[in-house]
Structures are given as C-alpha cells and as structure tokens.
Design a protein. Structure first.
Length: 258
C-alpha cells in the first residue's frame, strides 16, 4: 500500500439529520449504527484501511455523545480487568492506533463555518474532507493522484447517482459548474471524499455559510475544482429507507464498508 501524502481526514458531523428524525432525536446522525457500529466509524475505518490515521470530527448537534463514544471506544464489547496496582487490562481491545479530534463548531453552524473553526486542528496540512453519513469503497490513493497531478484546490469524488445531491458538470479534468441539491436527474453527483489543498481554508471564515453552496460553486467557476470518477460502491444515509438498505447491505457483505 502506497503511503498517503495526505495525513488528516476532516468529517462534517455536526448537523441534526432532520430527514432521519426518528433516529436522530436521540442520536446525532453520524452515530446512528449500521450493524454494530456508527456510520461515521465505518467511514473512518475505510480511511484507516488505506493508511489514514488522524481524524478531525466537526461536531455540533449532541456533540457530547461523540466525546463519550470515542472516550469509551476501546471498551465497547470488551472484557476489562481492573488491578489495584497495575491499572487495567482491556481484553481483545480494538487495534486502531488512530487519533480523533472532536472539535466543537456550534450546534447550528453552517458547514463553511464549521470548517473555518477547525483550522487550528488542521494546521498547514492538506486534508481529506467528507460527510459523516456517506459510505463508499472509493480508492483514496486514486483521488490523491488526480488531486496532485492536476493541482486542484479541491478534488471531489464524483459518483453516478440522481436527485437531491450536488450536481456537477465537467470539461476535461475540471468541474465547470456545481449546483447544490438540484432536483433534476443528472449523471454525476458530489459523493464527498474530497482531497483539499490547505489553501481551501483561506476560502472560508467563521462567517461562512453552506460550504457546498458558497465555496464549491465558487471553486468550480474559478477552475479550481477537479474530480475523480468513482465507479464503485457509494451510498448516503439520508432517510430511514437509506438506513434500512445499508443495514441489509452490511449484513450481506460487511467488507463492502471497509
């Protein structure tokens, strides 16, 4: 496996998930489980399996649940022995040696503001940026290869789907227009899993609104938004119907989720 050039993965995980309200009244959407684990953990494990070990979760709605979940992550489903002098032993502990930053970005913040507020945790590094509700088997090294070859500010993973997501139109190796949440059927949509140059952080501020609407549309018009065409598995968990479908898919083939 080729060592990734990008080291950090930033995940939008702060929204309320209103279209999945029967689940998200008590739990933030990225922590809603598919099988035994939350959807955000499936996303993180996919990155981890390809060499990415540092994660920045941009949280807001019910943010304390993220802190509690990752605080107790290595205990879940494991036996523990407590010793008066030696501390404790976790039997069969999970082995991910990842670093997880849970970053408070405001309960009602727009995504552009959330990204701006994470700057101190991202530093001067390039980074991956994705959403906390979409799973995929995308080849992340291939996204990186396109990103660095074409010197894009952002390289988006484009997937073939229709309706309710950000529609992209392309010319050559660049995205020429980006329309957020179009209702007509199109061939390619924004699947997230975006490789980002650090200079993207200069395009957002704490006063920014929706990242896709404000930032990606401007990058497209400026010729700075590229894409990698992913032909494989991708699915968003947007509604109860999506959750039921993903739960069945996971039961049938858990390796699909990384």
């Amino acid at each position: 496996m080729t060592e990734p050039r990008i080291k950090k993965v930033v995940i939008f995980a702060g929204g309320e998930g209103t279209r999945l309200s029967e689940k998200t009244e008590a739990t933030p959407k990225p922590l809603v489980p598919i099988g035994n684990d939350p959807v955000v953990v499936h996303i993180m494990r996919h990155f981890y399996s390809q060499g990415y070990k540092e994660f920045v979760l941009l949280v807001g709605y019910k943010s304390e649940q993220f802190k509690q979940y990752f605080r107790d992550y290595h205990f879940r489903g494991r036996s523990v022995t407590f010793n008066a002098n030696d501390g404790m032993d976790i039997h069969g502990a999970r082995q991910e040696d990842w670093t997880v930053h849970v970053v408070e970005t405001g309960e009602t913040s727009e995504t552009g503001r959330r990204l701006a507020l994470a700057r101190e945790f991202i530093g001067d590094d390039d980074f991956f940026l994705t959403y906390g509700d979409s799973v995929s088997d995308v080849d992340l090294s291939a996204v990186e290869a396109v990103h660095f070859t074409h010197n894009n500010t952002v390289t988006m993973t484009a997937v073939g789907r229709e309706e309710r997501f950000g529609i992209i139109q392309t010319e050559g190796d660049k995205i020429t227009t980006f329309t957020e949440k179009a209702t007509k059927v199109e061939n390619l949509i924004n699947g997230g899993f975006m490789a980002c140059d650090n200079k993207l952080l200069d395009r957002v501020t704490p006063e920014s609104g929706d990242y896709a609407y404000e930032t990606l549309t401007k990058l497209a018009s400026d010729g700075e938004l590229g894409f990698y065409r992913h032909p494989g598995f991708w699915h968003a968990m947007d509604t109860k119907r999506d959750l039921d479908k993903l739960t069945k898919m996971y039961a049938d083939n858990p390796k699909l989720f990384g």
